[in-house]
Ligand binder design. Structure first.
Ligand code: BTN
Length: 331
């Protein structure tokens, strides 16, 4: 990669903040004069670069803000009658959605640019730095427990993976699904879903479910925390040319497809097929961790129509797993 390309990559990675000439020089092991030369030649090529004394450089137009107004228009156009709330910063969009439901009893979507207490499955944290991801929660009323939470979560995984393929990778099958509902690219996780159901009595009118979605779009400015570097990745990590307004486009598409699925009763098969095609575990030997801390090894043989993982143990016994966590191991 030429110095110019390296500088451009760093400016893009830095997104909203300035980076000094010295920091760029140090990062890519060149002199400040070479950085200056590279900046000038990028400007000649038409890149708009802000240069501010004592702050450094920033690529204009690289700021990928989430255009909430356009999402509102989409909701209106598709007659999706739900509140859309945008918070620049919050603790966890799932928690905010739950809190607001308690106050207003309304369906809603909460989107945020930063979460200080982003939550993942199994009590884990979900790293949610500012400006680099898509963090949102959809709250749906669940009258008399009509919604199949496991099913809708799996469908959401298919919707996210397909949206990433279509919007970022020109329709090429790139995003994969790791059971139950993690999205992977190149064997590292780029997105996860945390679904939570509230109100469990069967004849209750008041139950609701919250589907929280977290997608790593850009590599964070200071990279992922050390403990995540081997397992986490960003959707745009290996792309030279990032599509414009990617966060808005993905959010728009995911929300549109989600409600379309939810309203029309005829897309179950379509999303099951996508899930099956994208599931990368079949034929792999896996370690199955159960909630009580025990584990077993088995071969994955398929996925059932209700999204149970079909496995075969060494003794030949077959089982369908409805929950748990698996990791691929070498056989
Ligand atoms: C997982 O991978 O374990 C699930 C991650 C879910 C993260 C999303 S980000 C938006 C919503 N708010 C949260 O606190 N968590 C979910």
């Amino acid at each position: 990669m030429s110095t110019k390309e390296e500088v451009l990559k760093l400016l893009r990675k830095n997104n909203e903040s300035f980076i000094s000439g010295q920091e760029i020089a140090d990062e890519i092991f060149v002199t400040r004069a070479s950085v200056w030369k590279a900046i000038k030649s990028l400007e000649k090529e038409g890149y708009e670069i802000d240069a501010v004394t004592n702050k450094g450089y920033r690529l204009r137009g690289s700021i990928d803000l989430i255009d909430i107004e356009s999402i509102k228009e989409t909701l209106l156009k598709n007659e999706i009658n739900t509140n859309l709330i945008y918070l620049e910063e919050t603790t966890s969009t799932n928690d905010v959605a739950h809190e607001l439901e308690r106050k207003n009893h309304e369906e809603l979507i909460v989107v945020s640019d930063f979460q200080s207490k982003g939550r993942g499955r199994r009590g884990r944290d979900f790293f949610s730095p500012k400006g680099t991801g898509l963090y949102f929660s959809v709250l749906l009323h669940n009258k008399r427990n009509q919604i199949d939470t496991a099913g809708i979560t799996a469908v959401t995984a298919s919707i996210i993976a397909k949206a990433i393929d279509d919007i970022v990778f020109n329709g090429v099958n790139t995003a994969k699904i790791k059971w139950v509902n993690d999205i992977f690219i190149n064997e590292r996780k780029v997105a996860g879903i945390l679904s939570e159901a509230f109100g469990t009595l069967e004849d209750e009118d008041e139950g609701h479910i919250i589907i929280g979605i977290g997608i790593n779009i850009y590599v964070p400015k200071d990279d992922f925390p050390k403990e995540l570097r081997k397992t986490a990745a960003a959707v745009l990590e290996n792309l030279e040319e990032a599509p414009k307004d990617i966060r808005t486009k993905l959010l728009d598409r995911i929300i549109t497809d989600f409600y379309s699925y939810f309203r029309n009763n005829d897309q179950k098969e379509k999303y099951f097929k996508i899930y099956e095609e994208k599931l990368f575990l079949v034929g792999n030997y896996v370690k199955i961790n159960s909630f009580d801390g025990n584990y077993r090894y088995a071969m994955v043989t398929g996925i059932s129509e209700d999204y149970h993982l079909q496995v075969q143990y060494d003794d030949g016994k077959e089982e369908e797993l409805s929950s748990g966590e698996v990791s691929v191991v070498k056989y």
